[in-house]
Design a protein around this ligand. Structure first.
Ligand code: AOS
Ligand code: ZN
Ligand code: ZN
Length: 388
């Protein structure tokens, strides 16, 4: 089995991006439960994200969602992030919260609405220019509720046209990430419902486009690690939106519902040497904390991802290859399970101590008094966007 000296250098370099929207109030269509002390603007969201980085040391970037995080001066927001010890990461577009988008955005039958949606995406690239962000993440709520509602193939043409126009606007160091989702808000057909559709568009676009795997966006029992392995093999895996789901797109904490699935995904990532940023895959959380404290939940999620990664790095790959080549079915499986069943918490505690952090980030955060401070200072926090 690989030892601590093999695993620690990789874990030291691992990075996990936080979503700005995880820090605002969120809920379901039934109720948004307001929490005391939540951020009132994007500056305060970044301040909260910086706390997660302060205690974990591996989350130095924050994803923005435009227009939820729209500000007059993006340069100022980027400066504020730097003052807090973090920086702005991926820019997420939002073409789903306007009355014009009832029948879709870039796939809408009306060219006026498509133009409006494409202009929004282009303005997101302007935000990238202003903030220094290198990635544009596209998720579309486009789809149909009823058979016959629109022409499925015509909508793919419109999608391809829109993606092409935005792709051509990207600067030399900017990249496009295309996310898929099986259903919701559309219930009959979604225009990018699966990895294959996203992959086909990314292939047509070129090297700057790759696929986002949101772990909550599949049918139950989908073998997500196979999708991950295939996209890695094709060099088209751009990013993850990590979260947990029990039923649909639940957006619960990564590693909470099925830590074994997260381990199996990280095993594919570790096997491809893609844990660290030089592997070219971004790891982001895409979560909402409707009932639990938000900053603490983000810290817990980061720890869960680190634990799954550490276990994946402990897989004895040499022995595994040997067992695989000998056709030793149970031996190979046992090698994987040995790594999964290792308690990696002491190893991660040592990693933190070595980098000057508290070995128990949650306890340290709770002791810090930050929550009490923001509860006292902030009155009337804003919604994340969902359920707003
Ligand atoms: C929506 O279901 C997707 O997961 C997107 O990534 C979305 O933009 C994100 O969840 C922000 O709410
Ligand atoms: Zn997502
Ligand atoms: Zn989602």
């Amino acid at each position: 089995m690989p030892g601590e000296k093999d695993v620690l250098p990789v874990l030291r370099e691992q990075r996990i991006e936080l979503p700005s929207w995880a820090f605002g109030n969120s809920g379901t269509r039934f109720k948004v439960f307001a929490q005391a002390g939540v951020p009132r603007d994007p500056f305060e969201k970044i301040a909260d994200a910086a706390q997660v980085h302060r205690f974990t040391g591996v989350t130095p970037t924050v994803s923005l969602h435009i227009p939820w995080d729209a500000v007059d001066d993006y340069g100022k927001l980027a400066e504020h992030a730097a003052e807090q010890g973090v920086s702005i990461g991926v820019i997420n577009s939002n073409t789903f919260q306007d009355d014009d988008y009832r029948l879709g955005s870039v796939c809408h039958p009306d060219p006026r609405v498509r133009r409006k949606a494409i202009d929004h995406l282009l303005s997101c690239v302007d935000v990238m220019d202003a903030t220094g962000s290198a990635h544009l993440k596209l998720w579309f709520a486009d789809g149909l509720n009823y058979p016959g509602q629109d022409d499925l193939r015509a909508r793919q043409d419109r999608l391809a046209d829109a993606l092409g126009e935005v792709y051509r606007r990207l600067g030399p160091d900017q990249r496009m990430l295309v996310e898929y989702k099986l259903f919701e808000p559309a219930f009959y057909a979604t225009d990018i419902p699966d990895w294959g559709t996203a992959y086909a568009h990314c292939r047509m676009l070129g090297d700057k486009a790759s696929v986002v795997v949101d772990t909550g966006h599949h049918a139950a029992h989908t073998n997500i690690e196979f999708i991950v392995a295939f996209l890695l093999w094709e060099q088209k895996l751009g990013a993850f939106d990590l979260n947990s789901r029990f039923y649909a797109d639940d957006d619960l904490m990564a590693g909470a519902a099925d830590p074994f699935q997260l381990f199996r995904i990280m095993h594919e990532i570790a096997g491809a040497g893609a844990v660290t940023p030089d592997g070219g895959v971004l790891f982001m959380l895409d979560q909402c904390h409707n009932i639990e404290p938000k900053i603490q939940a983000e810290i817990r999620s980061v720890l869960n991802v680190q634990e799954a990664t550490a276990k994946a790095l402990l897989v004895d790959r040499e022995a595994l290859r040997q067992a695989q080549s000998e056709g030793d079915v149970l031996g190979a499986n046992a090698i994987l399970m040995d790594a999964y069943n290792t308690d990696v918490r002491p190893l991660l505690a040592r990693l933190r101590i070595e980098t000057g952090l508290d070995p128990d980030p949650i306890a340290a955060y709770r002791r810090s008094g930050y929550l009490e401070k923001i509860v006292a200072e902030r009155v009337g926090g804003s919604a994340a966007g969902w359920g707003a």
